[in-house]
Structures are given as structure tokens and as C-alpha cells.
Design a protein around this ligand. Sequence first.
Ligand SMILES: [Zn+2]
Length: 1018
Amino acid sequence: MVRSVQRTAVVWLIAVAVATAGTAVAVAAGADVVPATVDEALAMGLERIVVRVAVAQAADVRAIASWIEPWEVDLVAGFLIVDVDVLGYQRLLDLGFEVSLDAKRTEKYNRVLKALPDQVEGIPGYPCYRTVEETLAAGQALAAANPGLAEWLDIGDSWEKTAAGGLPGYDLRVLRLTNESIGGDKPDLWVEGAIHAREYTTAETATRFVEHLLANHGVDPDITWLLDHHEIHVLLQTNPDGRKHAEAGESWRKNTNGAYCGTSSPYRGADLNRNFDFYWGCCGGSSSNPCDETFRGASAGSEPETQAIQAYVLANFPDWRPDDLTTPAPPETTGVFIDLHSYGGDVLTAFGFQNPPNATGYMTLGRKLGYFNGYNAQLGSLYPVDGSTKDWAYGRLGTAAFTIEMGTDFFEECAPFESTIYPDNLDMLIYAAKAARGPWRLPAGPDVVAPLPLPTVVAPGEPVVVDATANDTRYEVGSGEPTQPIAGAQLFVDIPPWSPGATPIAMVAVDGQFNSTVEQVRATVPTGALGNGRHTVYLQAIDSAGNWGVVSAAFFWVLDPAQAAHIAGDVRSAAGGQPLAATVTAGPFSTASDPGDGSYDLMLPAGSYDVMATADGYAPFTSSNVPAVTGQTTPLDFYLAPYVQVLDDDVEGGNIGWTAQLPWAITTEASSSPTHSWTDSPGTVYAPYLDISLTSPILNLTGLTGTTLEFAHIYDLEAGWDFGYVEVSANGGGSWTTVASYNGVNHTTWETVAIAVPQLDGVATARIRFRLQTDGSVQEDGWHVDDIVVQASVPPAADFTLDATPGTAPICAGDIADYTVSVGAISGFSNPVALAASGNPAGTTVNFTVNPVVPGNPGNESVLTIGNTGGVAGGSYDVTISGTASGSSGHSVQVTLEVVVPAPPPALSAPPNGATGQPLRPEFQWSAATGADAYTLEVDDDAGFGSPAIVETGIVGTSFTPSTDLAGGTTYYWQVRSENLCGAGAASSAFSFTIESSLAFADGFESGDTSAWSVTVP
Ligand SMILES: [Zn+2]
């Protein structure tokens, strides 16, 4: 606190110095003041300056790093960067070094931190980094929200908490993550943030890592098995006392132990990363001077923060090696220990003072981590270090322990943190969590990537084809890590490879031969023995050197269609009601709507889903917490609002009204849509000290909502110092809000960005602008912007919808007709809807099971029953179902009541009446009768049809040939009835016919005349 107060005074002094002395100090766009030389900076009263020191060899670095921690070391370029006060500066000169001012960093570290105009949380000016209090509140809330998965442990105290009469201090809190319902020995990952207080990115990376893990358990297959089968321990704020100074803008590194260098000295405290109890202070890698930045503390493990970490880790991690400097940890070792630092882009192994016995395995894992974050793996530290956390964790336990130096600054700007540092190191940490199962062996093996890129849902018994890529080359680029061809791959269903009962299914090389360092692999998983629900496949590949890699997982679902839950309905335009070709997505499941009628049917496991519908040209809409119930269909209709484009500029039509501060101009140097784009510096690099904007014309978004800004861009902006800002104004340009910022290089491939800008919803005088801000040194190509679109949608008026199924209900007179009436909501309409029916035939009754209906999303239902239909004549009747509700002009839907009566008999045609000589199986024919669905044929030798020889029902069509013989010479009668919904109707008039005699000769000797016969007596 003391120092930040002093800093306010210092800044004021600088302003005075500039105003009075009129020195050649550069002034950046009316903002901050930058001294040009060390003398100038000291003359201005700056308490602490950042200098660049020329170093020729490692011994030079050691001579400095033994008492002050370099920010950066670049022996190739021959410099290091440190921050010093007057005494430190003199000490460097006395040691014979050539020292020059790093003007940019000096200005930055003497800047008073100021909250951004709309900032309410986070470190002032750095809203992406939570404060200690915000971090601890987040950790506590995560544990409370995830019982059984996360514990919020108090592992000890910060120094202030242990000191009598001091500040209250803090508990040191570890979030311990694992699925407690799954037992077994679980490998451990330790991650700690901000042991060095000023390293802003580290605590936030640790915090977001745990947030990512907890949000994705049960969602992401890899995160799910990691939390099920591993233990992850994260100390979010390792040095909270020191961190409070850093949050006030001080370049604070150590803890705040007042026993060292004076109770209120800004140089007090111990460097916790030199205080650990393994070869503490052994090797010139720390300082014995309590005022130095690398002061190692009074004794090994003297600091309460160190003691807390050591005790917790010793209690939770297995010990794999003796505490010497020469015995390697064995291949079966488990555990990874990550100490997050900034900055430099390095992955550093133990030991800080000599090579470790596991050097080869260490470099392999280090280069693997470097694949994800692009950092440089190296053995040991950049200069001698002793008493570090990584040396202690590896030295005492054999755990693979690393210092990760993230990013390019202590007070890293938010833009590179959000765009690169966090996402890259999240991937690094997830890999580290996987590797904890065998850090000295698994990293040499191949990764399995992109298994099952889409969610797979199969019916019981239907096999699942699993495709993936096995890749043995995923190491830090150019690191020289040896790679081998893939030799095989396998997968396991539901039981991970390390668990009893795990059965491998071999995967094949898709090209027929395992011979490449990157292979497409495939296996077919039978599902006949699997139950309904989600299943996990665990995949693993091996290289030709016999190294198995880490496991990757994928989910698939077995769903019996009869038992599956469904969410179904229509996707329509809110403007005209026309059906839309849309995609409907719920978690990992998605389906397309039928463009013809907008209908969709999403089959998925039972659960509660946020269901989103998207269609080109329409604002997407999400319906939250939609229940899906086994064996049932949840109705859910979407009415999407069409986008209205209020700005659509492909930069091909000249300046359409932009206000371009020079040198912003249209160029053909580069473009996304050929051939033009806007750029800040046509034909050249940008100038120093620019603050220039490209501002849109006034945009009228009255009555519109869901505003989004889209544009395509490439940029080359000096990392950490020159920025492109995208800003929006809701008052015609009077004030601006930053919605995105860009920094660094993304200069080869045009990227299209879509940003939601709800600030502009409904605004009549909206503007957007692209603003370039540069500092005094290093000029790059700058920013190109193209294809700029601002679009929004007309919010659909709150209203209800009415649907009824079936559209036509055929009944027989006397039966009832049921129609299901669905009442849906648009834009949250919730007034009760009173239902009525009209147009039903006279004498019938109508009844609704629910009336009125409160519309919901998913829609509520009522059933309309039309009864007392006995007296209704056959025919179709249009019935109108109408709904009325306050706040709506009302809606109606028409259904048809089709009253069916028995159909008249058909006219018979063949055999014609009285026909003779008919075959034993005559073909009967008749003409179609109106209203008949089928026919019944009766044939009898009795004109009264008392015992028919043939009764055939359900004849579709108008003819029938018997499949058995009638009796020869016999006269028969036949008749036909029409059939329909209401059964068989009246019989036709009967026809007769006679079958031909089937015998060539017949004599029953009844006549007594035997004259035609002759008798021979033997
Ligand atoms: Zn550090």
C-alpha cells in the first residue's frame, strides 16, 4: 500500500517534469509519459526502473540472478531484463555491466492501475484477472456446487495470518477434485498459481482450469475420466499476501514476511520459490540477503506457505525415489507437479542447479507440454536456482515437476491472455493431468486425437465404428524429440485400460498398414451386450519403440428407439410462419428440421436440456431446461426472428460513410472478399504513437434486438504494446465501450469474428469503430478489416401459438373424436389462453380437458373431445378451435371432424347373374363403391346364405379368386358388402351361378337301368 501511494506522487512529478523541463520525453497520444534514459527516469523520481543488461555468457546471468530475478534472459541476443531501484542500478554498474533503460516496461510498471470505465471486478485495468478475494470466493462456490467432485481444503496459512498484530492474512486453499463415488488408487496432479505475486496470468489460469474441469465432467469424455480416475489438487493463490501488493500495481514477488528486511520495507519477504526443503541454498541459486528478490528465507521451509504445500503434497503423493541427486524415479511413477509462473514461454525441469537423473523422460514430457503451449522445454532453469518447488517435488518424490513460464509479461494484457495464453495452457494442463498416470513413460507414446468427432447414437445391437488418429509427433516444434511409426492402437469399452476386467479391442490402420508416425485407426464396437445409455470408449496407441501413449476417450449412446426420449416440434419464422431449414441442438445431440414443414424430432437420452435452434439469416434461439422423458415426446416449437442487416459492407463500393482518421483507408493490399479492405496504414507499416479510428456511420437499431457485429480481419501488432480495439457507441460516438481487442500476429489467414453487442439493442444512434493504438517503438503492418456486418432481429411480439392434432379425425357416428391442442409461447407469453370450439355439427358436445391453458415452452396441452355424434349425418365438418388471451389478438386453428357411415354395397359384375359352366374357382368381380375401404365376399349354395362356403373379409380391390375348389355342378349364390371404419355395410343383391360338372362320366345306379354295362364272368 505504501508503495502505491508513493507511485501516485511519482506520476504527478513526471507530469511536472515534462511541463517544466520540456525534455525530449515522448508523449503517447496525450496519455502516459515515457522517460528515454536511466538518468532521465531517475531524475523524474521513479523509484523503480526496468533495465536491459548486456550479458555475454551464463556466468554474467548467474552474477545477477543470484540476488535479483531476471524478467527475461536471452543469451542468444545477449541481454537480460530486470527491475532495479537506484541501488540495484548502481550494483549492476559496479559489477561492470552495460545497462540501458527499457522505456516501455519502466512506463508500464510505474503506471497507476486504473479500473476500466465499466470495470467492476478484477484487478484494476486487468479485468480478466480475479483478485485474491474473488478467486477464493470462486473456489468456495465451485466446491459448494459440486459435492462429491470438489473439496475446498484449508491446508495452512499465509504469513500475515501467522504473524501477531499484522494483517488478517489468508487461509491457503486447495480445490481437490475427484469423483468420490469411484475408488481405487488415483494418480495425482498438483497445480499452483501465483507463488510469485506479480505473475498475474498464473492464478487465473489455475482458477479457470478447475472451472473448466468441473463444468465438463459428464460432458467432455476426457475431462470425465480424468475426474473419475485421477485426483487434481489446485492451489489457486499460493502467495495471497504478496498478491495483494501486486494487485495494487507493485512489482511484488516474495511473500510479505516482515522479519526479513524490515517490517515495512517494500523489499521484505522470502522468495517462496527458493524456500523449499530440498538442497535448500545449496548452489548459488538464491540469495542470503533478506532484501533481495531471491532471498531464500531463514531456513529450509521456514515460510508458512512452504510448510503448508510440503505437508499437503507429502500426504497426498506417493514417494518414488530416494532424496538424492542421482537415483532416477522408476517408470511406474505416477504424479505431475506444475508450478505456474510468468513469463518467457519456458517449460523448466528440475533440478535448478544440475541435471536430474530422469533427464530423458523429463525432456520428453517437457516437449509434449510444449506442443500445447508452444513453449521451449529445457533441463533445469535459465540460471542457477535452488530451493524451488519443482526441485523439491521431484527431488523428494520422483514426481515429474515443472515450472511453466507463461506469456510475455508479469502484468500481462488481457487480450493475449484470453486469446492465447489461457487456451494454450488449458490444453497443456489437461495433458499433464492425463500424463500423471505415468509421466516418465506415457509422453513418449502417441496421442489419440479426434475420436468420434460427432456424437454417435445407435440402436441396441447396432455396431459403432470408432475412427481416430494416432499421432506420435506431437512435441514442441523443432525440439528434436525422437518419434516412431505407430505400431498399433486399441480401445476399451466402459472399463478403462488400468481397471480389472478391461478387455482391449484392437484397432486397424485404415490404410492397411501401421508404418507411419501419424495413422488413421479404426475399430468396430459391437453393442449387443451394452445397455441403454451412455458408453465410453478409451483409446490408446503404441509406437514401434513400444511406448503406449496417454488415453483419450469418446462417448457414444445406445438408445432403444422405443425407450428414447424425444423433443419434437416445428421451427418456423417468427415473421411469416414459414417453415425453416434449421439445426436443433441439445448438448451433444443435434438434428436437422425438414425444410418442407419445419418439423424436427430429436431423439436423445432422458434428461434436461438447453435446446437451441439455428437457421441461416435468423437469430438463434435457446429454450432452457427442456425436459426429455423416456418413451415420451416433449413438444417444443421455435419461432426464429429474421436478421435485419443495418450495415453490410464488403468494402467493394468505396467509402459508404465511414469516418476514417488518416491514414485509415481502403486498400487492395489484402482482402477477405476480393479485392478491397480497410487498413490503418496502406502501403506501409503503422506510425508510432497513433490513436486513430475507423468509425461507422450512424446505425439505427430502433426496435431491434440480438445485435451482432461480424467482420473479417488479419493483423500484425507488436505483442504487448500495440493494440487494435473494436468499440461500440450507443450515443452516436459520444462514448465508447471496448468489445474486443487484438494484439500480436494473426496475419496469414483471414479470420471472421462475430461479437454479440447487446449494448446496441434498440439504439437509434449506434456506431461501431476500429481503433488502432500504437506506442513509440516497433512498427508492424497493422490491421486489415473487411466484410463488416451489423445485424439484429425484430423481437417477435409476445404471443401464443395454437396447434391441434390430428388435423382430421374420422369417426363413426356415435363415437367420440379427440384432438390434442398445444398452446405454445413466443417471447415468454404466459397469459392464460381460453379455448373454445365452433362449427361442430348440431347436437354434438365439445369439452376441453384443460381450459384455460397457460402457454409454456415446452407448450402446454389440452384435449378437445367432440361427443354425442350419434345423430350426425355422414360427412366432413370443419371445427374451429379458437384461443383468446389478454395481450393477444387471438388465434384459431381449424380441424376436420369426419363422420363416417357404412358404405353402400357395390354392384356385382362377374360371374354374371345365372351364369353356368363356371370353373371350380371362379373369379368374382364387382365395381367400387363410394366410401368403401375394403369388401366382404360371401358365397353359399343356399340363397339365404345360412352356411356360406366362402366368407372373405378385408378384400382390398374389386376382385377375388378362391384358393379352394367349389363343388362341381352346383348352383351357388354370391353377394358383396362394402367395409369401412364403421364395419361391413349392407349386402348387395345376390347373383347365382352354376359350376360345370367336374366329371367326364358318372353313374350312381339309382336309375336301375344297367343296359349300357356289360358283365364278364371269369
Ligand atoms: Zn515466477
